[in-house]
Design a protein around this ligand. Structure first.
Ligand code: PFF
Length: 448
């Protein structure tokens, strides 16, 4: 029976939490704060908000529209909608590349989720206590150098993801985000609260918010566009899949605004949590894995209360990674569930095992298989590059073009509650501004 009744979010609130859970991920914590600090502070924040408004939000709403109208997995939704509207069958490729992108990304995202789990355990056992920079670096190097350890943590992370997703939209996804998202916010606030006591909070505020227009270049604007796109989990079929469980009554524009506010607020708070600690300990600023897995553990290992603060931080990171990872598996599972005779549980297990297996190739890229397999890239970098530079922008572009040019204009205006000037604004942004923005990012990243 479950095949006939399509799942539905049980409330608007849980949908918001799930979408925000997907959006808030590693990008918010290891990338955004640093980008703000390096690229012009408040000047960058303003540009970023503009990009979110003109590119991120329209594509987010476009993906939800497609999902909600299709009421199916991204591939079937695109196929049905293009057939119903008399458009080219090739539009189905937008759904295919979304589901494929989600599948590929999860394989290496899970490896990093595994690092986060492993560091949570290390924080509990006080491993970083009193270590110097070399020792902390050696721990990270040791983890990356060991295929066995990486496999253990990647597997543990995937088990959690599969366990949550197998239980379905209501029990699994909603249950997970209902507990993890509020916990994430509380943990973040505790860390920001701690940051205020370090005596270096003002420095962090200045680093992130004093406007410096001279740091803003064309590159920076393109990076802001790219981040606006990535942070909202666009172009991966995720928001289409999440939209397919949405009821008619949900106001898409209002909900998009809420999700964007949450996502941005958490990204900014992450900076106010992290930078005071970095400055207070006189450490070098870095972004990405180096910041999270070397610089911060070094700080936690050498400050009073560092064990508990480190635990809070890595728990937060794990929650952020988990709620994003479940959103990556969902489009794949929804597709398998609807297109094969498999039950929800069997569909989740099958796709989970496939993702896990590909993840093994990805994790070996850090050690025994660190060899170029294509275009000079190892498997991990290849998966990362192919998805983030090619699949994601193309899927996002396809989704916005389809929503703007192929869906019936009046129907969409009505569905979004737009009239007169706001409708014209929506049409011009979705038809021209957002697609051109994505194309600019796409072309730039291909050349870079
Ligand atoms: N939106 C997440 C972030 O900003 O970290 C990242 C992410 C989530 C990327 C889900 C990809 C993904 F499928």
């Amino acid at each position: 029976m479950s095949k006939l009744t399509h799942a539905q979010w049980s409330s608007k609130m849980t949908f918001v939490l799930a979408a925000a859970g997907s959006a808030v991920g590693l990008g918010n914590i290891w990338k955004f704060p640093y980008m703000v600090g390096e690229s012009g502070g408040a000047a960058f924040v303003l540009i970023y908000l503009l990009c979110i408004g003109l590119i991120g939000m329209p594509i987010l709403v476009a993906e939800w529209l497609i999902g909600r109208r299709g009421q199916k997995n991204p591939i079937n939704a695109m196929a049905d909608l293009s057939r119903r509207g008399g458009h080219l069958p090739a539009w189905v490729l937008v759904g295919v590349s979304g589901v494929l992108g989600a599948f590929l990304i999860l394989s290496f995202y899970s490896v990093i989720g595994g690092w986060s789990l492993s560091y949570t355990l290390s924080a509990v056992t006080g491993t970083f206590s009193g270590l110097d920079a070399d020792a902390v670096g050696a721990i990270f190097g040791g983890l990356l150098g060991s295929p066995g350890l990486l496999l253990l943590w990647h597997s543990a992370f995937m088990v959690l993801v599969v366990w949550i997703v197998a239980r379905g939209v209501t029990k699994g996804l909603e249950g997970a985000v209902r507990t993890m998202m509020p916990a994430l916010v509380v943990l973040m606030l505790v860390l920001v609260g701690y940051g205020m006591t370090t005596g270096h909070f003002g420095e962090a505020l200045a680093f992130m918010f004093s406007p410096n227009w001279s740091a803003v270049s064309g590159e920076v604007v393109l990076a802001a566009m790219g981040q606006a796109f990535f942070t909202l989990s666009l172009g991966m079929g995720i928001m289409m899949a999440y939209g397919s469980y949405l009821g008619e009554e949900v106001n898409l524009l209002g909900t998009a605004r809420t999700v964007i506010i949450l996502d941005t607020a958490i990204a900014l708070l992450a900076g106010l949590a992290i930078f005071p600690i970095v400055f207070a300990n006189g450490l070098d600023l870095d972004s990405g894995p180096g910041l999270i897995f070397v610089t911060l553990p070094l700080a936690f290992g050498n400050m009073t209360g560092g064990t508990i603060l480190g635990l809070i931080f890595f728990l937060l990171l794990t929650f952020a990674a988990l709620t994003s990872a479940i959103s990556l598996l969902e489009p794949v599972v929804e597709f398998m569930e609807e297109r094969t005779p498999l039950s929800r549980v069997a569909a989740t297990l099958t796709s989970g095992v496939a993702v896990w297996a590909l993840g093994i190739a990805a994790l070996m890229s850090f050690n025994v298989w660190d060899v170029p397999v294509l275009l000079g890239l190892n498997v991990f970098d290849l998966l990362d590059t192919f998805t983030s530079k090619i699949l994601l922008p193309l899927t996002g572009l396809g989704a916005i073009l389809f929503a703007a040019w192929c869906l019936d204009r009046q129907g969409v205006a009505q569905e979004l509650g737009l009239t007169g000037g706001t409708e014209t604004l929506w049409v011009s942004v979705t038809r021209y501004v957002a697609p051109l923005g994505v194309i600019a990012v796409f072309v730039n990243s291909l050349m870079g």
